[in-house]
Structures are given as structure tokens and as C-alpha cells.
Design a protein around this ligand. Structure first.
Ligand SMILES: Cc1cc2nc3c(=O)[nH]c(=O)nc-3n(C[C@H](O)[C@H](O)[C@H](O)COP(=O)(O)OP(=O)(O)OC[C@H]3O[C@@H](n4cnc5c(N)ncnc54)[C@H](O)[C@@H]3O)c2cc1C
Length: 502
């Protein structure tokens, strides 16, 4: 019977970095992935002459060689940095509405201040004050939380203590009166999937700070190139991967992992397992709830699932500027309400005035699509429940009705797009559910409302000895945190092994 030093279940970001970091330490690692390609969300698919990016709009935390961000350091230590090419995205984001309002912010604090003051001169001082607070908050957060200052105190980090749990909306309301400006500054909720009155200010401050300081990036070749590169590094360290091969059971004895039964029916032994699957699947299906302490099950069930996404992938037979697309990241907005009212729209089986983001990779990387063509990934976040309740015979009707509405919204901003569509494909929460295996197609793990926020995250540890989690279910969703989560799981395992060997 085969025995490995560690088995990793799932080749999403967290699973890929966990398996590679373990193999890099000389461990004999088996990586199991139910899909036929690595990456989870971080993948692509082909239609016609286009290779469509599934997930990555803006990579955070990378930074430049002069100003390296945490992700660059992680990818460096994994040994993959030299095999990857990153494209710096020239804009932070643009916000547009059908009335003709259009503002573009560059990922540079001074330029952002100038642009905003130009568009909203009546809010000049408030704009300065708000960005000062964002930076002060981020610096407090980095000092106290990221560097785990043992002497952290209210006096040393006043902004952290004052603002961490305050809803982003109330901070914005304290500073500004103009609803349009408030909306422009909080559109990143369209990425996070948590409305500004439910979201801790910590998230808004950190996402703005991160993208401004470390710049937004994309990966040359798309997120699939990132996944392939990490997998290749894993293989170069002697790792073994099996695609089209799910983990069906995690074997335990006396509260300790023993191995895995694969979907191909064989038993593989190991003392260490990293699961990139959700706790619901890991505990409920792979192990069996009866073997998990009740407290853990209650804790998991008390958390809400994050949103999934409705995405339209469109390939055009022209360059972006031919259809009026001049920025990479475009938030398309109809109303300025970023609170729960807008959030509730994510529970509807319809598309009307939702906030949506249109990313066109070819703006910053003209080689992304074939010559003379370009592609967009248009997404609006949607919860999975209504889609799951939909009778199967209605699914296609609803899916294409939503797609048509989405197209109409996009056309209101870019009138010429329809005539240039060459390929089009649509993904719903059910698509994510099918390909990721996560309940309700959740793309960020648990919802990141204040009570489930970064201050109260479930983390990688489990009550089963030898079992760890990696990926979005350990904390925050998104590329940067999930890539890092796998490395953290690997560190915990190598520490355990080192302690055993002492
Ligand atoms: C449309 C969309 C847009 C996004 N935009 C951004 C963005 O711009 N910036 C950003 O930072 N993030 C973005 N994200 C979020 C980000 O992609 C995800 O949060 C992140 O990739 C999740 O990584 P993960 O490690 O949790 O693994 P996942 O991607 O969730 O993958 C889990 C893997 O485990 C496998 N698996 C599950 N169960 C089993 C089993 N039993 N056996 C074997 N394998 C199993 C699955 O097949 C899958 O490959 C976006 C996501 C989507 C879908």
C-alpha cells in the first residue's frame, strides 16, 4: 500500500502552494485533484481562438522589485518567481454609470487625490482626511496584526482599535456627503461581496492600501500560467499529482489521520493531510461528522457561506479601444447604494442594477488575446442558493436571460460591443459549484462580514491530528491569502515533523 509523507487534497491555490512547499522540504507528497487541470478558481478554458481567464481580475500584494509585497516574497521562497511574468495593471479602477459619469483612478496615492479632488472639489479636505486614515489604519494593522507586535496596545495602535470593527459605510459617512463619491470609494465591495454596512472598515482600508502601494497585477498567460508554474515546481521536487482523482474518504483512527481513499478506489497512507476542500465537505463527507467534536461542527455551521459569481466571458474580434474600452478594471454602476439593499440583489435570480466589474486584460497586456482580438471577464457576485433551488428545466432560460441583461448593461456603457462579439460563455454559481466542489459554489470560503472577518478566522488547524486546511476556507478568499494559506499549512506540518525528529 502506497505511503506518502503528506497528501494534499485539491490543487487550488492553497493546495498547490502547500504541496510545493512540502515537496521543497524534501517530503514525498501526493496531490489529488478531482478536475483535470490545476488551479481551482485559478484556471482558464478555451472557446474558439480565446483562452478565457476564469477568476483573476487584479492580483494583490505582489509589489515591485523595489517595493516587494508579501506575495512576491512568498512566491520567491517557493522558487517560482523567476518562472513567472507579471503585468502591472495601469489603472486601479474606473467607475462608470450610464449617465456618462466616468472616473479613472491610477494606483498612485497622489494621482488618486488629484483625480478625486478634481471631480469632487466640494469634498477636498475630506478626501485628504480619508486617505490619511486609510494609510494610518493600514500601518497600524501591519504593525500590530501582520507583524504580531507582542506589545500591541490601544495607545500604540489607536486607529486599529478605533476602526477595526467599525462598518466601512459609517466611516465613509463620517467623512463624506456626496453619494457618488462615497460609491466611487467603496466599489471594491463588488470584489469582496460584502456590502459596506456589513464590511469591517479593516477590509476597505486594506484593499485600497494594498492595491495602491503594491499595485494591481495580472499574470502573463493568465492565472492558469500561475497554477501550471507552481505545479511544475512541485513536480520538479519529485511530487506526484493525480488529476481526475478526488479524495473520497479521509481515514482516521483515534482522532488521527491515517490516509485517504481515492475516487479510483485505492487507499493511500499518510500521517499528514492538507485539505483544500471546504470544512463542510472535509468533515461532513470525507471524514463523517460523528468523528468531529460537536463544538467544531457547531462553529462551522454558525458561519455563513460567501457569495459565488455570475460571470460572462466575451471574446471580441477587435482591439479594446475599438469598442471604447480604455481601462483594465471597470466597475459599472447604476446606483450609488453600496449597502445591504444592493447586497440583497445578490440573492436574486436576475440581473438589473447590480454593481458589476468588467476586466479587459488586453488593455495592459496586448498579447493576452490573439492579435486583433480582446476579451473581457464581466462579473457580478451572486449567492448560490437561488440557483440551486432552480428546477433544472429552467436553468438555461434563467442563465441566458441574466446574460442578456448583463450584456444590455454593458452595452449602455460601450454601445458598439454587440457587433464585435466572436465568442461568449457564461458561468453561474452552479458552474463554480461543479468545478470547485464547494457548497453553493462559494468562491471566497466563508462570508467576510465583521463577525467572520480576519480577526475571527477559522484558520488551518483542525481537531483531527495531522489534518490541516489550506485555501479560502481558512480565512480570506482571493489569490494572495489563499496562496499564502498553503505555505502556512506546509510550515505547520514541517514543524510537527521536525519536533518529532528531535
Ligand atoms: C469569477 C471570480 C473572480 C475572482 N476574482 C478575483 C480577483 O480578482 N482577485 C483575487 O484575489 N481573487 C479573485 N477570486 C477569488 C479567488 O480566485 C479564490 O478565492 C481562490 O482562487 C480560491 O483558492 P483556494 O485555494 O481556496 O482553492 P479553490 O480555487 O477553491 O480550489 C479548490 C480545489 O480543490 C479541489 N477539490 C475540492 N474537493 C476535492 C476532493 N474531494 N478531492 C480532490 N480535489 C478536490 C477542487 O476541484 C479545486 O481545484 C475570484 C474568483 C472567481 C470565481
Amino acid at each position: 500500500m502506497a505511503k506518502y509523507d503528506a497528501i494534499v487534497i485539491g490543487a487550488g491555490n492553497g493546495g498547490l502552494t502547500a504541496s510545493t512547499a512540502l515537496a521543497q522540504k524534501g517530503l514525498n507528497v501526493l496531490l489529488l485533484e478531482r478536475h483535470n487541470i490545476p488551479g481551482g478558481c485559478a484556471t482558464s478554458f478555451c472557446r474558439g481562438r480565446f483562452e478565457f481567464e476564469i477568476a483573476l481580475h487584479q492580483l494583490s500584494g505582489l509589489g515591485t522589485t523595489e517595493m516587494p509585497g508579501p506575495l512576491r516574497m512568498d512566491l520567491d521562497s517557493l522558487g517560482v518567481m523567476q518562472d513567472l511574468e507579471f503585468v502591472e495593471i495601469s489603472d486601479l479602477y474606473s467607475v462608470q454609470n450610464p449617465d456618462g459619469f466616468h472616473i479613472t483612478l491610477k494606483p498612485n496615492k497622489e494621482q488618486i487625490l488629484d483625480e478625486l479632488k478634481n471631480a469632487f472639489p466640494h469634498e477636498k479636505e475630506a478626501i485628504d482626511g480619508f486617505f490619511d486614515l486609510v494609510y494610518q489604519y493600514a500601518n497600524d494593522m501591519i504593525g500590530a496584526f501582520i507583524f504580531r507586535d507582542p506589545e500591541a496596545s490601544r495607545e500604540k495602535y489607536p486607529n486599529l482599535y478605533r476602526y477595526a470593527f467599525k462598518p466601512a459605510q459609517s466611516v465613509i459617512d463620517d467623512f463624506f456627503t456626496d453619494p457618488l463619491l462615497k460609491a466611487v470609494l467603496s466599489v471594491y465591495w463588488g470584489y469582496l461581496g460584502v456590502s459596506t454596512d456589513q464590511m469591517a472598515f479593516a477590509y476597505l482600508a486594506m484593499i485600497l492600501f494594498q492595491y495602491i502601494v503594491f499595485k494591481p497585477f495580472h499574470v502573463k498567460g493568465g492565472s492558469q500560467a500561475l497554477s501550471n508554474t507552481i505545479l511544475n515546481k512541485f513536480l520538479s521536487h519529485g511530487g506526484t499529482v493525480r488529476f481526475n482523482c478526488s479524495a473520497e474518504r479521509i481515514l482516521t483512527e483515534g482522532g488521527t489521520v491515517q490516509g485517504v481513499v481515492t475516487g479510483q478506489g485505492d487507499v493511500v497512507r499518510s500521517d499528514y493531510i492538507v485539505s483544500n476542500a471546504s470544512p463542510m465537505v472535509t468533515y461532513g463527507q470525507l471524514i463523517g461528522e460523528e468523528q468531529i467534536p460537536e463544538k467544531t461542527i457547531t462553529e462551522v455551521k454558525s458561519r455563513q457561506l460567501s457569495t459565488s459569481a455570475f460571470t460572462m466571458f466575451v471574446g471580441f474580434d477587435c482591439n479594446p479601444e475599438d469598442i471604447g474600452i480604455h481601462e483594465s478594471t471597470n466597475f459599472l454602476m447604476v446606483n450609488t447604494d453600496m449597502t445591504i439593499n444592493n447586497h440583497d440583489r445578490m440573492r436574486r435570480l436576475d440581473i438589473d442594477d447590480e454593481l458589476m466589474v468588467l476586466s479587459c486584460y488586453d488593455v495592459s497586456d496586448p498579447e493576452f488575446s490573439p492579435e486583433g482580438a480582446c476579451q473581457t471577464n464581466i462579473v457580478t457576485l451572486k449567492y448560490g442558493e437561488p440557483w440551486l433551488r432552480l428546477p433544472p428545466q429552467q436553468y438555461l432560460d434563467v442563465k441566458y436571460r441574466c446574460a442578456e441583461k448583463m450584456l444590455q448593461r454593458v452595452q449602455a456603457i460601450y454601445p458598439d460591443i454587440r457587433a464585435h462579439i466572436e465568442e461568449i460563455e457564461v458561468g453561474t454559481p452552479l458552474t463554480h459549484m461543479r468545478y470547485l466542489g464547494h457548497p453553493l459554489g462559494a468562491i471566497y470560503g466563508f462570508e467576510q462580514q465583521t463577525k467572520n472577518s480576519l480577526f475571527f478566522q477559522p484558520g488551518r488547524f483542525t481537531p483531527i491530528k495531522g489534518l490541516y486546511f489550506a485555501g479560502c476556507w481558512t480565512g480570506d478568499g482571493g489569490f494572495e491569502p489563499t496562496l499564502r494559506s498553503g505555505m502556512a499549512a506546509a510550515r505547520s506540518i514541517t514543524k510537527q515533523i521536525d519536533n518529532k525528529n528531535v
